[in-house]
Design a protein around this ligand. Structure first.
Ligand SMILES: *Cc1c(COP(=O)(O)O)cnc(C)c1O
Length: 411
């Protein structure tokens, strides 16, 4: 008989969004006319910008002619998109990248999930808690975690708690870790780390030979000028950090799929024998073997994000969601709720009133005001007693949701 990868059995069964769907369905069966507003899942709702649509239409037409048809493209992505990224996202911030340090993909979820493959199984992994669950789950699958303990934690993983007590800023680990996942601006807490905080991590990584895996999926939502948009704005980061960015939350590509990962050639890791290798070489080899490139049509759409019209349309899109974030944040604060995030990220993270359990608060919001959010525990043990609302809804629903919470929720 074929044997399974038993690491998969270590993952806890019931998935967060399945349980949410189950509770919403059960409530709807009892309350058929309830008008439920969903501010739970982290997916966008606005259509793609016109410039993106136009570019993709044009690319579709190219595919119809033998002269302009494209088959397999470069696994690393087309030069036109890589150049646009380097010139428009990085050069203006004083970050110089080579074309072979940028890898285009079909999404950051794949990249942040796959990156651990190029590292040895014996590495110690640190993750901030709470956080996007992909970092943890992919390391569990790879065998770096051990069995889930009664405390809800895996013994092989170093958890870095982020709570109101430390202002959602992770403390440096007390033990030596090899891989560090940072998500900034953070999903779910909405926290963005200033340069001085990031510098601590870069210095730690330099001192300990660690690699930082920096997920910047929400970079476009940063509003405060003192927050770096790239970890490479921090001195020395090009020697220790890999950065992930996505067109999903930036330009509505969640269903269209395009992202990129920056692996500077100066980021190194070693063999057990102590020989150094650039991670760029390993990631390139991995992509060449297992990935056949993001679709040409989609990469042309992503390129259009950098055109003058595209840029303006994307800014308007981000602004739309950030206005929602402001409505949620200020609305909840006005009734005395403790709210975080929503300033440099489309997520509002709130402390449940009266130390209520995350799932109890979920049920309360659902039954009293028909609003669906996400219990904080779904993002890690330190999410207990917190709750996430997203700014990705449409304006009308967002306003209606806040009115309901302000007028009908019993606190
Ligand atoms: C949405 C999200 C991503 C990326 O998504 P893709 O659509 O796969 O590019 C990556 N990281 C975080 C933290 C996210 O919330």
């Amino acid at each position: 008989m074929a044997l399974i990868n038993e690491n998969y059995l270590k993952l806890p069964g019931s998935y967060l969004f399945t349980e949410i769907a189950r509770r919403v369905t059960a409530y709807k069966e009892q309350n058929k006319t309830a008008n439920i507003i969903r501010l739970g899942i982290g997916d966008v709702t606005r259509p793609l910008p016109a410039a993106v649509i136009e570019a993709m239409h044009k690319a579709v037409d190219e595919m119809a002619q033998a002269e302009t048809f494209r088959g397999y493209g470069p696994e690393q992505g087309y030069e036109f998109l890589i150049k646009a990224i380097i010139e428009k996202d990085y050069a203006p911030r004083g970050i110089i990248l080579n074309e072979d340090e940028v890898f285009i993909s079909d999404g950051s979820k794949s990249d942040v999930g796959n990156i651990q493959e190029i590292f040895g199984c014996d590495n110690t992994v640190a993750i901030t808690d709470p956080v996007y669950p992909v970092y943890l789950d992919t390391n569990v699958m790879a065998g770096r975690s051990g069995e889930l303990g009664a405390d809800g934690k895996f013994p092989g993983i170093v958890y870095l708690p982020c709570t109101a007590e430390n202002d959602f800023k992770p403390a440096l680990p007390e033990t030596k870790v090899d891989l560090i996942y940072l998500c900034c601006p953070n999903n779910p807490t909405g926290t963005a780390l200033p340069k001085a905080e990031l510098k601590k991590w870069v210095d730690y990584a330099k001192k300990n030979g660690s690699v930082i895996l920096f997920d910047a999926a929400y970079e476009a939502y940063i509003r405060e000028p003192e927050i770096p948009h790239s970890i490479y704005e921090v001195e020395g980061a090009k020697d220790v950090a890999i950065e992930f960015r996505s067109f999903s939350k930036l330009a509505g590509f969640t269903g269209t799929r395009c992202a990129y990962t920056v692996v500077p050639k100066s980021v190194m890791a070693i063999t057990k024998g102590g020989k150094s290798y650039p991670l760029n070489q390993l990631w390139n080899r991995r992509q060449n073997t297992k990935f056949n490139g993001a679709p040409y049509i989609i990469q042309r759409g992503a390129e259009a994000v950098y055109s003058a019209a595209g840029k303006e349309q994307v800014n308007a899109l981000v602004e739309y969601y950030m206005t929602n974030a402001k409505i949620i944040r200020e609305g909840l604060a006005s009734i005395g709720l403790e709210v975080y995030g929503g300033v440099n990220a489309p997520y509002i993270w709130l402390k449940t009133p009266n130390n209520m359990d995350s799932w109890a608060f979920f049920d309360k919001l659902l039954t009293e005001v028909n609003i669906v959010g996400t219990p904080g525990t779904g993002f890690g043990p330190s999410g207990a007693g917190y709750f996430r609302l997203t700014a990705f809804g449409n304006r009308e629903n967002t306003e209606e949701a806040i009115t309901r919470i302000k007028t009908k929720l019993s606190l």
